[in-house]
Design a binder for this molecule. Structure first.
Ligand code: MGD
Ligand code: MGD
Ligand code: SF4
Ligand code: MO
Length: 717
């Protein structure tokens, strides 16, 4: 792919369309592509990728289809309060701020501030809520939703490198091995996807380990349809080959890693041979040896995972071994490998002086729950705190930009939790299923109507600025104005004071070598790329080196070297299939399931079954089937294909397309009620794929045949 570097074209487009251009960021998925947004007559008329940014102008279909977001008639328009009868009534922002301030005061007096938890997903403006709730109010419980996402991979990266989010120089790799990550289907950093495509075009070899033949596996030279939840064994056996055949980079390992000899002894004495791994993974021992040799002897080679391995309760050690193997071959933070990216020096938008800071009396929930190393809250255990007061009572939750009633497993218990809260606030753009359970629902302005400054995800340090392209529609407000309204009522108005967003944004970028004006006319700042930074500065691990032997694990009584344990839920005679999850190319989690354009392309999700399994069950492509787990049952459409491992049912994650709410009500299937609570004992990450099911074909009267297409409501522009 050739870069699009015609800098004048944005202006030409604006002129030709009679539109105004602003530089923005796409927040449809967490990978936040820099964009140029064109508006005319108070509407977004066109958006394209910022051609100067690392993504080189790339966008995906989900971002392309987001132009309706600001003016959408079906979005949340006003603050809503639930009445005694369970209906929602429109209230003013003043009344909403008063209610939040009163409830926060009441809860603090009765339960202590830590009884308030704030959960968020994509929106980096959450920093305003974090500063207010932690520093002014006194709760340590401000959390993201990483445990519902890539918690194991994140803790693995923190443990081995002291870095939460390595990025990847696919472009320069000559050999790429991907396990449990669908780079070309579940888009991540688009420059990484582009880099992978470019590397393939330049002759790089791609190996994909995945029970399903994903969009990425379909482009690979080799697909390894491994038994679910067994990658840890495959990876240890690859390490065994690399160690016994001396294929590691010894000078690198001795100089820059910690625990090299312990790790080598561990894999040999532990008996993690390819023959041992073959019985677990079903990948032949000879093939494992070859995969190890290819990975260790082709330079540069890169191995990566994302969610797939961590979606099992045994996925942390598997994720850790991925990073250890990259280190053994001596290429970390170099061209064609993982890059331990530098972060831009961004400052908080609000600083609370020491003397006014609230004392934090109790440890944060994840520590009190017994997960001191967890990078984020083990959210599957939040119902224990609300319903049983374990480890201490939680009585109020804020949900911003997240819909855990749909995205967490064990839906029944999550709903029970929501209904037991004394006070709950949803800050969303739509009436999500979670919002519809909350006492107060607040409409946030979309990313077309608000400012944000955030860390970018380029290989070098970078910062992105999202400039509001339009004023907020209806009565929606950006989060910074919502937090300000509450802070004003609780005696902190002087700290959260600004007339224009530029005032707080100026504070955030004070240490960047560019002005706010330069930033808003380019959309991003990017620093120089440096390699092998650990040679100049110690890594933030306990030893200062790349840890093959995890000192932090040893300190907490966990095994410092990665071992292998079976996953928790194994199919049996009654429930013979393993249910696994992957994303839909054309949707992002729940966020896009109000998108009229995307609903037209993909109006429902489905479950994929192997051709032989389907034949034995009398199921044909397009049939309606029932998936039954020990917890619940769900009806979904079957897609029958050879490209999936027998014994596996792979559900394209769709949250049921607004089962209970919204434009897409009743389409597709929400499979999370089938899945139980199975978290990793160290990371607290959620095991979505720890699920066994029975599959049966439905008779026509029970919903057989394809779901009838309903007419689409496209918002007029
Ligand atoms: N189009 C699209 N893009 C997205 C999203 C979306 O919803 N749609 N969501 C965004 C988000 S929030 C995230 S976190 C990322 C997720 O990015 P990915 O982690 O790449 O997404 P998944 O589709 O969950 O990929 C997990 C893969 O693991 C595989 N897998 C399951 N079990 C096993 C196993 O035992 N071993 C191995 N080796 N593989 C296994 C699944 O088949 C699947 O292909 O994508 C982001 N991008
Ligand atoms: N079965 C199964 N479950 C899964 C997964 C899976 O693969 N399979 N994937 C998991 C993963 S990787 C993730 S990341 C989670 C995601 O789960 P969640 O964190 O729940 O995120 P989304 O599903 O994307 O829902 C986002 C919510 O934010 C709202 N929203 C969108 N934009 C804005 C905004 O600008 N401001 C505000 N305030 N709200 C906004 C949307 O309307 C929606 O209600 O789901 C997890 N759940
Ligand atoms: S990958 Fe797609 S949805 Fe995600 S930020 Fe980029 S354009 Fe938006
Ligand atoms: Mo995610």
């Amino acid at each position: 792919m050739s870069p699009r570097t015609d800098p004048g074209s944005g202006e030409l487009i604006a002129r030709a369309r009679g539109a105004e251009r602003t530089w923005g960021v796409c927040y449809v998925c967490p990978f936040n592509c820099p964009t140029e947004v064109f508006t005319r007559d108070g509407r977004v008329v066109y958006v394209r990728g910022n051609p100067e940014a690392t993504t080189k102008g790339s966008r995906c279909v989900k971002g392309e289809a987001s132009t309706h977001l600001a003016s959408d008639e079906t979005r949340l328009k006003y603050p809503l309060r639930r009445t005694r009868s369970g209906e929602y009534e429109r209230i003013s922002w003043d009344a909403a701020f008063d209610l939040v301030a009163t409830e926060l005061g009441r809860i603090k007096a009765r339960w202590g501030p830590e009884a308030v938890v704030y959960l968020w997903h994509v929106d980096p403006n959450g920093i305003f809520a974090q500063v207010f709730l932690r520093d002014c109010y006194g709760t340590p419980n401000y959390y993201g939703h990483t445990s519902a996402c890539e918690q194991d991979r994140r803790l693995a990266a923190l443990t081995v490198f002291g870095h939460p989010f390595p990025v990847h120089d696919y472009e320069h790799a000559r050999h790429v091995m991907l396990l449990g990550i669908n780079m070309l289907g579940a888009n991540q950093n688009l420059y990484e996807s582009r880099g992978l495509v470019d590397a393939l075009a330049a002759g790089a070899r791609l190996v994909v380990v995945d029970p399903a033949l994903t969009a990425t596996a379909a482009k690979a030279h080799e697909w390894v349809p491994i038994a679910p939840g067994t990658d840890g064994a495959l990876l240890l056996a690859m390490a065994h080959t690399i160690v016994t055949e001396g294929l590691y980079d010894e000078p690198f390992c001795r100089r820059w890693t910690h625990g090299f000899e312990e790790f080598c002894r561990h894999v040999v004495e532990g008996g993690y041979t390819p023959e041992w791994a073959e019985t677990i993974t079903t990948v032949e021992a000879g093939r494992i040896r070859r995969l190890a040799r290819e990975f260790a002897t082709t330079k540069p080679a890169l191995m990566e995972t994302f969610k797939g391995l961590g979606n099992y309760a045994n996925g942390l050690d598997a994720s850790r071994t991925v990073y250890i193997l990259n280190a053994l071959t001596g290429q970390v933070d170099g061209p064609g490998n993982l890059i331990l990216k530098d972060w831009a020096p961004l400052q908080p938008p609000v600083r609370v002086p020491k003397e006014r800071r609230a004392a934090i009396a109790r440890p944060p929930l994840h520590v009190a729950m017994g997960y001191p190393l967890a990078p984020d809250l083990p959210t599957q255990l939040l119902p224990d705190a609300v319903l049983e007061g374990r480890p201490y009572p939680v009585t109020c939750i804020f949900f911003q930009c997240t819909n855990p009633l749909m995205s967490e497993p064990n839906t029944r218990r999550y709903r029970e939790m929501l209904r037991a809260l004394e006070f709950s606030v949803a800050i969303d753009t739509y009436m999500s299923e979670t919002a519809a359970e909350c006492a107060l629902v607040l409409p946030e302005a979309s990313f077309y109507e608000r400012a944000e400054v955030r860390q970018g995800l380029a290989l070098s340090a970078d910062a992105l600025l999202c400039t509001p392209a339009l004023p907020p529609f209806y009565e929606s407000k950006p989060l910074y104005d919502i937090v300000r309204g509450v802070a004003e009522r609780m005696g902190f108005g002087d700290l959260f004071r600004w007339e224009r967003w530029e005032e707080w944004a100026g504070r955030v970028i004070a240490d960047l070598p560019v002005s706010l004006d330069e930033l808003r006319h380019r959309g991003f700042w990017q620093g120089p790329l440096e390699h092998r930074k650990f040679e100049r500065h110690p890594l933030p691990t306990p030893s200062g080196k790349i840890e093959l032997y995890a000192e932090s694990f040893a300190r907490h009584g966990y095994d410092p070297l990665p071992g292998y344990r079976d996953r928790k839920v194994i199919p049996d005679a009654e429930y013979p299939f393993q249910l696994i999850n992957t994303k839909l190319e054309t949707h992002c989690n729940l966020t896009t399931q109000e998108s009229p354009l995307l609903l037209r392309i993909a109006p429902e999700n489905w479950a994929e079954l192997n051709t032989e399994d389907a034949r034995a069950l009398g199921i044909e492509d397009g049939d309606r089937i029932e998936l039954v787990s020990p917890l619940d049952r769900v009806v979904i459409t079957a897609r029958v294909r050879p490209g999936i491992r027998p014994g596996v049912v792979c559900v394209r994650h769709g949250h049921g397309f607004g089962h209970w709410q919204g434009r897409s009500r009743g389409r597709g299937a929400h499979v999370n009620p089938l899945i139980g609570t199975n978290v990793n004992p160290i990371s607290g990450g959620i095991g979505y794929n720890e699920c066994k099911v029975r599959v049966t074909k439905l008779a026509r009267a029970e919903g057989g045949g394809r779901a009838a297409a309903k007419p689409l409501q496209v918002t007029p522009r």
